[in-house]
Design a protein around this ligand. Sequence first.
Ligand code: 5AD
Ligand code: SF4
Length: 436
Amino acid sequence: MKGKVQIFTYGCQMNDLDSQKIYSSLAGLGYNETTDSENADVIILNTCSVRKKAEEKTLSNLGRLKYLKKKRPGVTIIVTGCVAQQEGEALIAKMPYIDAVVGTHQLHRIPEIVQNVRESRSQEIHTAFSEFIPSLELIPEKSFIRPGHRAYINIMQGCDNYCSYCIVPYVRGREISRDWRNVIDEVRIHAERGVKEIFLLGQNVNSYAGGISFGALLKKIAEVDGITRIRFTTSHPKDVSPELIDCFASLDNLCSHIHLPFQSGSDKVLKAMNRNYTFDSYLRLVSELRKARPDIAFSADTMVGFSTETDDDFRRTLDLIEAVRFDVLYSFKYSPRPGTVAAGIEDDVPIELKKERLSILQTIQNRITLEINRSRAGQTFEVLVDGPSQKNPSQIFGRTTHNTIVNFVGPLSLVGHEAVVKITRGNKNTLTGEVV
Ligand code: 5AD
Ligand code: SF4
């Protein structure tokens, strides 16, 4: 049975890649992609539950699909990803028009599930965890890697850290790493297809344990012919090894950027979050990384209003932001997640105070980002060109080693190549430049 499939993706880059894999496996059955729900035969929601807001977005979109199903009972609706894993059967009990719920370890079964549902109209629930996740090993077809010169590769999934606020260990399961030989095989396949940048993905890439250490894996990837850039996300500060720091000193094709979520600057809050580092040890790590790679750019995640966070605790977060000077900072209001340790502690910071702290934090960060971007004016960077600029179609855009977007005038023939670009202006979130 062929047809058209539409996938809605919520949340992180891991989900983006999972969606590409789902497309790819359904394309093998003859399915085409559509962006129009009105003519889709199969609609898949690949969901995220890391924060309450993400989960609510999924649930409200699912609510809307109820009317589509009423109008076209033949459409197949599948929910996968973290909300599917978390809610399981409860999701179908609440929304009986859902045809299948597929957990985070069962993505490889989606083609078979789609067939079953469409042939027999059965409802299916698959949320078991397993020791081996077949979809981790799946390589999506070239056409599903967007754009074609960058490949995202899963090297591990899950998390063993149990930060007290975080639902990830419960919905993605324990850490499972891919064997390093499979990872290298995949890197080679991409390199032969012309991919230049390898972007390694996992909830905790730096506790990778697929037969060799994460640092050793980076070194092996760096040796593959044709690979000019390597990036990875997400890393935990407590697991940044001396070997990983050394990679920034020794590997030219490792990009000058690390995403290193810190969550809070207060030692008291960090302890309550079960993060296993302190304000001082985080700053020491930053300075060791800067010693290894002086121009390294930092990005991070942080949250405000974790249970018991006082004004003084919040001030430590601001101190840390000023001390590190992140290029980019993703900041969130804490929201209790079901089943986590922190959900058992009173969420005692009023929502208005959370909003106020977030706004203060973002104002400071916006200033720092602008200052850093402005300081780039006059510097020259190699920019791997991604495509036509979104805002100004007469320009193209790409990313620097620091992962900053640069818009500049140039031919589309540069897409997929590294252009040498001189920065003429630093903006709020991007740089403007001209080809040298
Ligand atoms: N509330 C708010 N933010 C959260 N994050 C994770 N769990 C929560 C939560 N319960 C944030 C963290 C993490 C990012 C992916 O989402 O900052 O790094
Ligand atoms: Fe969640 Fe902490 Fe694991 Fe990150 S390291 S996924 S924040 S439990």
